[in-house]
Design a protein. Structure first.
Length: 326
């Protein structure tokens, strides 16, 4: 009981913060009607999460999207200081670190110009110590050191994607929650499946998918078959991994659009898994569930702003949103 009550302050804060979340359906409506940054941000800036953003001073949609992402990441980094375990935020914050690490490793081993990810926590100096706390990432870095300087950059992406997917249940294990463990394993399988479908669509060889992307994923052997299956077999092979109606709707000939729609359906499953967490009065479940929805809001806000920046039609922008169609 004492351990649960340790989460009391964070859970109470989340109970308030949840009331400021913008429903995905409301953002979908903005995607078709908003014609300015102010019109989009006016819905979100009521939340304490975005307190540092002055919406009326930002006119460029891309700058606004960067400000939104920085505000969310900055807020959550500060928020975990009042949580008994920072592990509650790791599935979300580590993604920025992974992007920065990928850019760094590509610069070292592929000759690609490095772009620093400002929101990452990867240190410029002493990265060996940082990697030592993350053995799966350390193993990738060691493998690349042994390979030399001529590693294709897309292979580095696959190795790191596979390591991150394999890490997901490990990241939340310290929280000691059966519900969160179930969400993490489900998230792991969904990400692995989608990564395989994207690699397959990109023409990556099945052996490369198996050896680089899936080698440390528990369901890797099952998913590896998707890499070399004919389009006509995909529906049958997806059975057991995705909802039955999602299989019926999945059209391999639709390419990226089909994968995007499937991702949305799988996100809806993850949200359903976390739904009971909203009724946990004090615990990491309530906090992680809020963070999941906040980062979904972050993604959707940036998608709407990106649609405005690129003058993308509302239908395409809405299709990119999460939590609207599932």
């Amino acid at each position: 009981m004492d351990e649960e009550m340790d989460w009391g302050y964070a859970s109470g804060a989340v109970a308030v913060l949840e009331t400021f979340l913008v429903a995905p359906a409301a953002l979908a409506e903005l995607a078709g009607n908003a014609d300015s940054v102010d019109a989009i941000l006016s819905r979100a800036l009521r939340s304490p999460v975005y307190e540092g953003i002055q919406g009326s001073e930002i006119k460029d949609p891309n700058s606004a999207a960067d400000a939104v992402e920085a505000a969310v990441v900055g807020y959550i980094r500060a928020f975990v200081s009042c949580c008994p375990s920072p592990a509650v935020a790791e599935p979300f914050l580590l993604e920025h670190d992974m992007r920065d690490l990928a850019n760094r490793l590509k610069a070292e081993h592929s000759g690609v110009e490095r772009n620093r990810v400002e929101l990452a926590r990867v240190p410029e100096d002493g990265i060996e110590d940082w990697l030592a706390d993350r053995p799966r990432l350390k193993a990738v870095a060691r493998e690349l050191d042994e390979a030399g300087e001529q590693v294709p950059p897309d292979r580095i992406d696959r190795l790191l994607d596979g390591a991150f997917i394999a890490m997901l249940p490990e990241l939340t294990e310290p929280l000691g929650s059966a519900l969160i463990d179930r969400w993490a394993r489900q998230n792991q399988e969904h990400r692995a499946l989608l990564a395989v479908l994207r690699a397959r669509r990109a023409g990556v060889e099945p052996d490369e998918i198996r050896l680089a992307l899936l080698r440390d994923v528990p369901t890797g052997d099952e998913l590896a078959g998707l890499a070399e299956a004919d389009d006509s077999e995909l529906g049958r092979m997806l059975a057991g991994h995705v909802p039955p109606d999602a299989i019926e709707e999945f059209d391999p000939q639709a390419g990226g659009t089909a994968i995007q729609a499937l991702e949305d359906r799988l996100d809806a499953e993850l949200a359903a898994t976390l739904e009971p967490a909203r009724y946990v009065p004090f615990g990491p479940e309530r906090v992680l569930s809020y963070m999941w929805r906040l980062f979904q809001e972050d993604r959707n806000l940036r998608a709407v702003l990106g649609g405005l920046a690129g003058e993308i039609g509302p239908d395409l922008t809405r299709a990119a949103l999460r939590g609207v169609h599932g």
